[in-house]
Structures are given as C-alpha cells and as structure tokens.
Design a protein around this ligand. Structure first.
Ligand code: ARG
Length: 592
C-alpha cells in the first residue's frame, strides 16, 4: 500500500526546516501549524521562539519565509500581524494528494499504519449473566467498538475482553431454584435459526426465574439455607452445580448475542471472558499481594489501603482483595485479569470502557497493580469513563413506570422511527428495503448520538433528535453519502478523474484540504480514545460537501475535465465518509 503524506505534514516539515535554517537553536521547535480561515494554514510558533531567542518576531518570521521552499506544495507564504505566518498551498498539490489517496486500492485512502504499534486489550461490552442489559451496557459496547475500530485502523493490535458478570452469590439462589423447577429454562426458539426470538425467550425465562427465585429466597428460610449451601457447592467446584451455572451463562449468551446482533456489532465468543474465568488465578493473586506487603490482613480480610481514599469520618476505604470468609469478589477478578492481560496477552495498554461510576474501583485496582509491579511506565491502564444516559427530563433514563429501558425495545423503536423517515423520502424502495435501511439508519443514529458527545459527559437520549435529517446526526451523514452515490450513478459513462492542472473553487479547496486531513484526524482521535472527534470531522466533511455541491455544479460543470475532477472530489468524499462511518460502526446504505 502506498501511504500518502498529508499536506499538513508536508507544510509542517517545510516550516520546521526553514525555521531551523533561520534560527539554528530552534532546530526541533514546533511551528504550531493550524488550519485557518485567512489562509489555508497559520503558524503561530514564531512569536514564542523569537521571545526566547530575544529576537524581533516579525524579523524572524521574515527570515523563515525566505528559507521556505515554495512552488510545489506551498504556493504562498507571508508574514502577518506581529509575526504569524500565513500559508497557502497550491491547487495542484491538493488535487495530486487526493489523487494519490484515491489510487490506494487497499481502501485506506493512503493513511499509513503507525510504525511502532502496541497491543491494547480493550475491556468493553460487559453485561451481566441472568440480567437484562441496560443503556449503560449500550454505551460501553458502542464506544468500545468504535475505539477498537479506530485503534485497529492505526495499526494497533487489539484484543477484546468482554468481562461479563458471571459470578457471585446470587447464583446460589438461581441454581437452587432451577434444581427445584427444572423446566424453567426450557425454550422453543432455536438460536441457530432465529437469533432474535431465541434471545427474547432466553431473557424472559431468566427474568421470570430471577424474580421467582428472589421471592422464594426472601420468604422461605429453608430455601435460603439451601441456596447458601449451593453457593458453597459452586465455589468448591461441585460438578453438578457448575453444570447448572453454565446453563445460566449459555442462556444469557443467547440473549447477549441477540442484542449485539441488533446493535450490528461483532462479538467473538473467545473474547467473552467473564469474571469467573479468573477464578483459578485468584488465590495466587492474593498470595502475591500479601507476600509483597501490598495487601494486609485487616479484621480477617485481605485489603489494600490508600492515603488519598477516605470515606466518612476520614476513615480510609480499602480495596477488598479477599473477604474474611475467604471469598473473592469483583476486585480480585479485575486484579487477576490485569495479570493475565499483561503477562499472558502481552498488552502494553489496558483500556476499560466502563461507567464513570466505577471510577473509584478502577483507581484502587490500578494503584494496587502498580504497587505490585504489574503495571508500570511500560504498561499503562486507562479507565475510559462514560457518563450516564439521561431521559428528556434530565434524570437517568427510565421508562415512564420508572423501570430500566429494555435495550431491544429502544433499538426497535429507533429503527421504526428511522424507517418512517426513510419512507418519506423513499422513491423506489420496497417495504423490505425500507425496513432494512430503517435498521441501519436507526441503530446508526443511536450509536452516533452516543459517540458524538465526549464520552465522559452525560447525554440526553432523544430519539426525535437522533433520527433528524438536519443537524449533527448520522442520518445527515448517511444522506450525504447516498447523494454522492446517486451523483456517481447518474454520471453513467463519465468516470471520476483527477485533473491537477485545474484551478479550484474555494469550496473545492476547503473540501479537498479537509479530506486530506482524514488520516491525521483518525490518528489523533484514536490516540485520545475520542470518537467524538471523528464524528465532528465527518459532520464537517458532510457540511463542506454540501457547500461544495451548492456552489459547484458537478455534472453540468463548464468543461469535461471539470466534470471529471468534480466527480473525483465526490468519489473521494464518499469513500472517506464511508471509511469514517465504518470506524464508528455505522453503515452507509447506497440509496436512501
Ligand atoms: N459487568 C460490569 C457491569 O455491568 C462491568 C464490567 C466492567 N469491566 C471490568 N473489568 N470490571 O457493571
């Protein structure tokens, strides 16, 4: 694959060279290049450098300008204000750069992979066994999937870990109830042939069983005792008990898969590695922490203390590695998972896409792992926290009855609303096509809304706004894409072709420069785990395309060369939109 250097990178390199020629002590200084409205770029770095070198900034800027190589990429460079540099790149360079991108047949638009990629283990989409998934699980899945795709695109190796909640004392009650009511998990629908129906049936069975067993547990002391004994049997690895536990896990997976399927999201079975998978490591984790003195015994429990983590009355709040009764919990599982990910999977980054409300848990777990030497400068752990999904009323998102909203219902509703938006505009679509597009648009809209606010902020779940055709929505982007495809179809025999000799309209230049910056932007968004930067880029891309399309006739342009060149701009825009949306996990239908 031929990778293409972005114009920004080229201009940056030329300015840096000129800068070190003009001022040798500034050899590795950053010219601070930014896109600008006045010219194509403005460099603001001279001011501070001149100050440091006790030089006159305008004079230094003038010397830099004299040193800059112009005539190919840089068409014009001038000093402005107190010592800024305004840079204009040539039309030819814009078109040639885009042509090189278009010629990359790997589909990567000339975007290089990072030379020194690492391995990131990303912990996302982690629902709980025997429980309904809620909007928090949606956020983890959607954000995690997008971040992972962006990292993959930059060349990073990624390994997914779906740390499902599949262990805990509640299984004693559930298993005991199943023993006493053996047909509660039977089902009719076959997950191999009907993912959706099987998923629904599985969840409704689990729900019913959960409620019924909880009711007996709360009212019947003898059942309670049997349930507690069942916990002990489970923890000591009793085979019959484990086999029943496995049925809950399998049943739940049928449900999870049906939701992930609806979410249009790939989940690999070997990446579903739940809390229980680390059971065999827990005792050793505890022993290592105790022997190294990282953890201490306190009232029988094994705990880790932190100076800066205190609760009421200034009492230190410890992380509990092992309870006084010998049991291990959530923290021991996460600590063991760190060992597995660092030493087994050889990760150098551990990324956790988890609700911000678990921030304290991760703070304590990471600090413990650091003290134990499992995390270090070479291996970092990051909690990518996300905020709460709110209803229109600004309170945590619930149904009118105050219950958590079922994810499946929510996705279905989004798809239905989107289908009605599609139907309004559809000219030659069948009902079946409308439903299919509706799902792609509806689920895309939910994902986009989730991704377009920075993850750590709460956001309001507003379906009307999400499926709107106007504004910063995926629907707007999908329509822009579909329009481009329709223009290219209408062009018939006339193929897109770059003509670098042509002068460009201002709207073409703006679009072209933005397109050229795609790779740089994805690298930045991936490095910061910030999909909202990618959504902002794509929204601006669609807006710049709309402006171009308004001002520059494509099929009716003045000359055949101009028609081809504008079709070429349409084509590169379409491909960039599609690639960008793919990185977000959102489909781009050919027609809408
Ligand atoms: N299952 C947990 C929940 O539903 C999320 C797990 C997050 N990942 C982790 N490694 N602790 O809240």
């Amino acid at each position: 694959m031929a990778s293409v250097k972005s114009l920004t990178a080229s201009v940056h390199a030329r300015l840096a060279d000129a800068l070190s020629a003009a001022l040798p002590e500034a050899a590795s200084a950053d010219p601070l290049l930014r896109r600008s409205d006045r010219a194509d770029y403005q460099a603001n770095g001279i001011l501070a450098l001149a100050k440091k070198a006790k030089a006159n900034p305008r004079e230094l800027a003038t010397r830099v300008v004299e040193q800059v190589v112009t005539g190919d990429v840089i068409e014009d460079i001038e000093v402005s204000g107190p010592g800024f540099l305004n840079v204009t790149v040539s039309d030819r360079a814009i078109t040639e750069n885009l042509a090189a991108r278009a010629a990359d047949d790997s589909g990567r638009l000339g975007v290089p992979r990072r030379a020194e990629a690492g391995t990131t283990v990303i912990d996302y989409a982690q629902p709980n066994v025997a429980k309904e998934m809620h909007v928090g699980h949606l956020r983890s899945a959607v954000i995690g999937d997008a971040v992972r795709r962006m990292l993959d695109f930059t060349g990073e190796r990624t390994v997914g870990r779906h740390h499902i909640g599949d262990w805990g004392t509640q299984f004693g009650m559930l298993i005991q109830y199943l023993i006493e009511h053996p047909h509660e998990l039977d089902h009719k629908a076959d997950p191999a042939t009907d993912v959706e129906a099987a998923g629904e049936e599985a969840m409704s069975n689990l729900n019913r069983l959960y409620k019924a067993s909880r009711a007996v547990f709360d009212s019947d002391e003898e059942f309670k005792t049997r349930a507690r004994q069942r916990v002990v049997a489970l923890q000591s690895g009793d085979e019959e008990t484990l086999a029943l536990w496995q049925r809950f896990v399998d049943e739940s997976k049928i449900y999870f898969y049906s939701v992930f399927d609806k979410l249009d999201m790939p989940v690999a079975d070997d990446e579903i590695v739940g809390e229980s998978a680390y059971n065999p490591m827990m005792a050793e984790t505890a022993r290592m922490l105790e022997e190294s003195g990282v953890a201490v015994r306190s009232e029988g429990a094994l705990v880790v203390f932190f100076d800066d983590i205190r609760g009421k009355d200034d009492k230190p709040v410890p992380l509990i590695v092992q309870k006084a009764d010998g049991g291990f919990g959530y923290a021991a599982s996460d600590l063991s998972a760190i060992r597995d990910r660092v030493f087994g999977l050889k990760a150098d980054t551990l990324l956790y896409v988890v609700d911000a409300r678990q921030a304290l848990h991760f703070k304590m777990v990471f600090e413990t792992a650091r003290r134990a030497g499992w995390l270090s400068d070479a291996v970092k752990a990051v909690h990518l926290e996300f905020g709460t999904v709110l209803g229109k009323d600004g309170k945590p998102f619930k149904t009118r009855e105050g219950e958590t909203v079922r994810l499946e219902d929510l996705l279905d509703e989004a798809s239905e609303r989107a289908a009605s938006v599609v139907r309004e505009k559809a000219q030659d679509l069948t009902e079946e096509e409308i439903a299919e597009r509706g799902a792609q648009v509806g689920v895309g809209a939910v994902k986009y809304a989730d991704l377009s606010t920075s993850a750590n902020r709460d956001y309001k779940f507003d379906l009307d706004q999400m499926v709107s055709l106007n504004g910063d929505t995926s629907v707007y982007l999908q329509y822009a894409y579909a329009r481009i495809r329709s223009i290219l179809r209408k062009a018939g025999e006339t193929r897109p072709a770059a003509h670098p000799e042509l002068e460009l309209h201002a709207a073409e230049r703006a679009l072209g420069l933005h397109l050229d910056g795609f790779g740089d932007l994805v690298a930045e968004a991936a490095a910061e785990y910030a999909p909202h930067k990618l959504t902002a880029y794509l929204y601006q891309l669609a807006s710049l395309f709309t402006a171009f399309y308004d001002k520059c006739p494509v099929l009716k342009a003045d000359t055949p060369a101009q028609v081809e060149n504008r079709l070429f701009l349409c084509d590169v825009t379409g491909r960039t939109l599609r690639q960008g949306m793919t990185l977000l996990g959102i489909r781009t239908p050919e027609r809408l």
